[in-house]
Design a protein. Sequence first.
Length: 95
Amino acid sequence: MKHTIALVVCACGLACGAPGGPPSKPPITGIVRGDDGTVIAGAYVTLSRMPPYPPGRVRRTEWSASTDSAGIFRLDDLDSGRYQLCAQALSTGWV
């Protein structure tokens, strides 16, 4: 049986940080829901950095997280750029 997974994602583009300090890198957070709207706990979420990469050394190109009991995930320490976000729940495919 195939299921659809809906991702609700919040990406904060504002630079935040301590006064006088360098800006922090805002996280990407979201909720994974099934096609019937119920949250999916334990879903695997992957974020992959897409080319073009910024000049200089690229530190990371992939991040991953699992959703908690409320279906919420959080990915930290992201640079600005283009990304592909995918999620997979048990017994379903990637979306």
